[in-house]
Write a protein that binds this ligand. Sequence first.
Ligand SMILES: C[S@@+](CC[C@H](N)C(=O)[O-])C[C@H]1O[C@@H](n2cnc3c(N)ncnc32)[C@H](O)[C@@H]1O
Length: 229
Amino acid sequence: MSGSTPPPEWPSLEARRAGFERMYASDPHRFAGAPSRFSDWALAVLRAHFPRGPVLELGCGLGRDARRFAEAGYTVHATDYSTTAIDRAREWPGAPAGVRYEAVEAATALRQTESGTLVAVYAHALFMMLPESELETVFRETLRVLRPGGLHLFAVRATTDPVAGRGVEVAPDVYRRDGAPAGGGRGAAPYRFFRRETLDRWTSTGFERVAAELVPEIHFWFVADRRPP
Ligand SMILES: C[S@@+](CC[C@H](N)C(=O)[O-])C[C@H]1O[C@@H](n2cnc3c(N)ncnc32)[C@H](O)[C@@H]1O
């Protein structure tokens, strides 16, 4: 675990992880479906820049997108802090060669990675759940581990989502559900929504923007930034 202490309105990393363990234990079909729509978009961007190479996925769940990237010829280090999710991903029938799964928290997975080695860091639907301090580490470490020109591919929920604004705003565009259990797990964690200015701010921490597209029907931003070549 990363060891950084989240601000008081966020449950600890361990409590959030335990919340996801409970979710995966109670719902075996969660995130078990077809690869995400974002993986189509991200794979097209990645192929245009690097036809092969090592990719790190953060928050991979059951590995649906990791398998997709491996089938397309990339070597994928697929990571998630839920051991239940990773165990299930490892047991997936017919899994392609080229994926290595590891139960590890996102910032730690990045810290363990050698500098300048990856063609992409990929995260689908993860960053909404991280406090600012963990996001800062993830963006800083991503810049370090990417090759020059390497891509940071991520999808995040947009402020256009009708559920944005519900509950208590604990930080700009970050909401905690009314009546959320104190100190509890997943349901208790605040949820972050992104607007273009926020994305631009993260890009300006050292990346260059390749593309950022708001997909209105699902209220998601699809983002590709890169380490300057
Ligand atoms: C919304 S799910 C998406 C799963 C997967 N990306 C997919 O699309 O199928 C978010 C995932 O991120 C994981 N997660 C949340 N916070 C994490 C963290 N700090 N480090 C690693 N994994 C995390 C959860 O366990 C969960 O599997």
